[in-house]
Design a protein around this ligand. Structure first.
Ligand code: CFN
Ligand code: HCA
Length: 534
């Protein structure tokens, strides 16, 4: 560990003093002997530093709203912003009603200079009229880009007028790109409005089938959500809604009828999970369907929650049959991957989630981190509620739980809740630090300079990251896999996804390409100095 610290210092030494002081707070070396290790996160990137982060608009429109297929998402802004969030994330969707699947469209007001000078409200209202005429959706969303806030267009007023004119919901999201420090602010804005205006407005009181669940923080990138749904349906769960991958307006409206909320990506949707718990008493369970063991553990925890003999049995039968099918194939790829090392730097949850899969392939994660996660995603958070019966509850008995001065109403009895909490991570999420090995490096908001320096220092065999750095990494001779959009592949979740991922990275390792690239440290001096000519 001492060695790593010394090496780390060689990177810091290249920064000006002020930058060094700041960046030191965002990088830690995992040390389990320390009770806690703080890491600064969710703060502003130092101007001038090349970050991988996106903006609030990307988090709201691109991440949370975009995957909802039967709403038309209008981007109020210059066309580049619309183009940026136009399905590059590969959030797939299919529909029984193809006329109301708008996932492939990019709809924007295409703001011009004259709209910036004279205001864009009229143009926005006109685009809404056109959308109604052409697509006739049941709901429209309006997402603001930076100029909208700067010129003061009142999108809320336009939305209200359009609702009155067309008789459908028109939701306005003030997610101007400059809000907050990253995508994260946009997730929060989207979560709040979906919860306030859509979730719970459906007319169902209870779900139509047994074991109803919502799958939160699953965006169906490369078909991940479909693979998870395949497994859950096979076991016998009723999926009320997926938020928001391949998601729909109708399903969201009735999401309050689920009995358990599964949280795959904690960072982008923890707000809805907590609001559903507060408002409807539905507990949430952190799951991770990336990796074989992650998938098995998640399924077993779900079975423990529902505590039903038949469901538990079916869970084990499905696990056994899936394993029998995939293990022999997975083992073949493991032979190629085993012993290799990886870096895993992604947005707000995958930097953690994919480490399971690397470990199962016999690979060690040397460095990991997030672009925009918060401290709880790094350090974890233990939530132990005190639970009492709710004196106000009428027909269905509810209970009150108190956590950090927050009060939740629960559908579950206090005895069951406490017993469950002792066995499964109900309402809690252990951060990335828990699962990483001592001596490994954890970096928040890693920048391009650090990316190159860490590569030179630790020379990983694989760098899992995104489009902004992929080609820089490959030019350094390192196999790089996009963990955002999965390049052109997927799914990577669930049992089938684990095999697909193993196949894809094995293909990368086996490629002869790397023999034709000379990494900089092989033909460029790493040390600088002067030659004494005497
Ligand atoms: S699909 Fe998710 S899993 S939603 Fe989030 S934090 Fe982004 S778009 Mo890119 S891949 Fe990434 Fe996560 Fe959740 Fe994706 S790690 S950065 S905002 N993300
Ligand atoms: C976003 C979307 C993104 C970008 C990916 C990348 C995605 O943050 O706006 O930078 O490689 O997953 O598509 O995270």
């Amino acid at each position: 560990m001492e060695m790593t610290e010394k090496k780390l210092q060689t990177i810091f030494d290249q920064y000006p003093a002020k930058v060094q002081k700041s960046r030191k707070k965002h990088i830690i070396i995992k040390n389990s002997e320390l009770e806690s290790q703080e890491i600064e996160a969710n703060t502003r990137t130092i101007p001038g530093i090349i970050t991988n982060r996106g903006c609030a608009y990307a988090g709201c429109k691109g991440v949370v709203l975009g995957p909802i297929k039967d709403m038309v998402h209008i981007v109020h802004g210059p066309i580049g912003c619309g183009y940026y969030a136009w399905n590059t994330r590969r959030n797939k969707a299919k529909s029984d009603d193809p006329k109301h699947n708008f996932i492939n469209y990019c709809i924007s007001t295409d703001m011009q200079e004259s709209d910036i000078v004279f205001g864009g409200e009229k143009k926005l209202a006109k685009v809404i009229d056109e959308v109604m005429e052409i697509f006739d959706p049941k709901c429209i969303t309006l997402s603001a880009t930076c100029p909208v806030g700067l010129i003061g267009d009142d999108m809320g007023a336009v939305a209200k007028a359009a609702e009155a004119k067309h008789g459908i919901q028109v939701l306005s999201f003030s997610c101007e790109g400059y809000k907050g420090v990253s995508q994260s602010a946009g997730h929060h804005i989207a979560n709040n409005i979906l919860m306030e205006k859509v979730i719970g407005t459906g007319d169902q009181e209870t779900a139509p089938a047994k074991f109803p669940i919502n799958l939160l923080g699953e965006y169906n990138i490369g078909g991940d959500g479909w693979e998870v749904e395949r497994i859950l349906k096979k076991i016998g769960y009723h999926i009320v809604s997926v938020m928001t991958g391949d998601g729909s307006y109708e399903a969201l409206k009735n999401a309050h009828t689920a009995e358990l909320n599964l949280v795959q990506c904690h960072r982008s949707i923890n707000y809805i999970a907590e609001m559903l718990e507060t408002k409807y008493g539905t507990p949430w369970l952190k799951v991770n369907f990336i990796g074989i063991q992650g998938t098995i553990d998640s399924l077993r925890n779900m079975a423990l929650y529902f505590d039903d003999k038949e469901l538990t049995l079916k869970t084990e039968v499905v696990i056994a049959s899936e394993l029998a099918r995939i293990e022999p194939i997975f083992e073949q790829y493991k032979k190629i991957c085993s012993g290799k090392t990886a870096f895993c730097f992604v947005g707000g949850s995958r930097g953690h989630h994919f480490q399971n899969l690397f470990a199962e392939l016999g690979m060690e994660t040397l460095l990991a981190g997030y672009e925009f996660a918060h401290r709880d995603d790094y350090e974890g958070r233990q939530v132990i509620p005190t639970i009492k019966p709710d004196a106000d509850s009428k027909n269905i008995p509810h209970y009150v739980a108190e956590v950090d001065e927050k009060r939740f109403r629960l559908k579950v009895s206090p005895e069951k809740m406490l017993a469950l909490k002792a066995r499964i991570p109900l309402g809690q999420y252990n951060g990335i630090r828990y699962d990483m090995k001592d001596g490994s490096i954890i970096v928040d908001d890693m920048n391009h300079f650090e990316t190159e320096e860490f590569i030179k220092l630790l020379k990983p065999d694989l760098f899992a990251s995104g489009i902004k750095d992929k080609y820089v990494i490959q030019k350094m001779g390192i196999n790089s896999k996009q963990i955002h959009s999965y390049d052109y592949s997927g799914p990577y979740a669930g049992f089938n996804g684990a095999v697909k991922f193993a196949e894809d990275i094995s293909m990368g390792f086996a490629s002869p390409t790397w023999n034709f690239i000379t990494p900089p440290w092989k033909d460029q001096p790493l040390l600088e100095g002067t030659v004494n000519e005497e």
